[in-house]
Design a binder for this molecule. Structure first.
Ligand SMILES: [Zn+2]
Ligand SMILES: [Zn+2]
Length: 381
């Protein structure tokens, strides 16, 4: 059966080149492995890419429109010249990583026994100070590594793989069925050799012929300053080794940022709350506040500072991941009213009240300004 490339991309048969490109871009963004590492998405990403490659090539598209499948005879190398999609460098790198190693599905003939390995993901909890300063941490990784006995060959001693008896080296088996259209030939990967065209009669005692073994190892991961919750640090070639000792996938370390007791993060900016006694807010003062990364900053409280006002302390936020330029710290000022006054304080405040010129007012709900005066029973004003 020819695959329906139009359905894979979700476009109509008459779709223009621009429509194809748009549909593909949209799907590639959703499915591309940096965003969506799960295996089903990666498989779909490959299908979508094949479909786009076929339909964007006028010659291949003609074959599809005639009811054929231009990819049925192309080997894994069919992805070689890919790159005309006009994406930014980042995505192209991903495409190269994906297809350069011959990971493309849908090929015919024996596939290599050596296949690229899968990516691995682990999560790392970091507190805000570690995110700000960057950190080196030991992690334990449980992945497949190259079998040290056979170095990935999968064979025992000097024994060699032999041609598969079932498919005679073709890697696929065909069956013929009769239908009302006549004879229909179906091809599927050989079940005996899993499509590789060869079997190992005397497999390696340690890995059983897979060429790799599972292993726990500890390694030190360097996390750069400025990382945040959900970001992934990629360690190239530190994922799983592939079947037959194939090139290792990548290891992704996903950051899980723990809440901080004083600071709330908003990108590169930080927010904190400072409670200022009422008299300090009225008279003005200067404070020294601890900042992230063990620093200190002087905060000037102007005379007459109102509750809820925010003071920006420049350069005391988080360092930007790429530039290292630090964001700002926003200090939200709470004004506190004393709840216990001793005799002397009460006397002084009463004397102050006798001198105060402010009135009690009802506030206009739309403008927020004081409008109508309320009579103060104590002062009579
Ligand atoms: Zn076979
Ligand atoms: Zn082995």
């Amino acid at each position: 059966m020819a695959r329906d490339y139009y359905a894979t991309l979700g476009v109509s048969r008459g779709a223009s080149d621009n429509e194809l490109k748009r549909a593909y871009r949209k799907l590639a963004r959703e499915l591309h492995p940096d965003i969506n590492p799960d295996e089903a998405a990666q498989e779909r990403f490959r299908e979508v890419t094949t479909a786009y490659e076929v339909l964007s090539d006028p010659e291949k598209r003609r074959i599809v429109d005639a009811g054929g499948d231009p990819m049925a005879s192309a080997g894994a190398g069919g992805f070689g010249g890919f790159g005309g999609a006009g994406f930014s460098g980042g995505i192209n790198d991903v495409f190269e990583a994906f297809f350069g190693a011959g990971a493309a599905g849908g090929s015919r003939g024996p596939r290599g026994r050596v296949q690229p390995g899968a990516d691995a993901l682990l999560r790392m909890r970091l507190d805000l100070d570690e995110c700000a300063a960057g950190v080196s941490k030991e992690v334990t990784v449980d992945t497949a590594i190259l079998c040290d006995v056979c170095s990935g060959a999968g064979t025992n001693g000097d024994s060699k793989p032999v041609t598969c008896d079932t498919c005679h080296g073709a890697g696929e088996v065909q069956s013929v069925q009769r239908s009302f259209l006549g004879q229909v030939m179906t091809t599927r990967p050989c079940p005996t050799c899993a499509g590789t065209g060869e079997t190992i009669p005397d497999p390696c005692r340690k890995c059983g012929g897979d060429g790799r073994v599972r292993s726990r190892r500890t390694m030190t991961v360097k996390i750069p300053a400025g990382v945040g919750d959900g970001m992934r640090v990629r360690l190239q070639g530190q994922g799983e080794v592939g079947p037959g000792g194939g090139p290792a996938g990548d290891l992704y370390v996903e950051i899980s940022e723990q809440p901080h007791e004083r600071f709330i993060r908003d990108g590169d900016d930080l927010h904190c709350t400072i409670r200022v006694p009422m008299v300090d807010a009225a008279l003005g003062t200067e404070l020294t506040v601890p900042t992230i990364l063990g620093g200190e900053a002087t905060v000037k409280i102007d005379a007459g500072t109102q509750p809820g006002s925010v003071t920006k302390i420049r350069g005391q936020g988080m360092p930007h991941l790429h530039t290292g330029v630090r964001g700002n710290l926003h200090a939200h000022l709470e004004i506190s009213v004393p709840t216990k006054l001793d005799k002397q304080q009460t006397e002084k405040l009463k004397a102050f009240r006798a001198l105060q010129k402010d009135h009690v007012e009802l506030v206009d709900s739309s403008s927020g300004r004081g409008r109508s005066r309320v009579r103060n029973i104590f002062t009579g004003r």
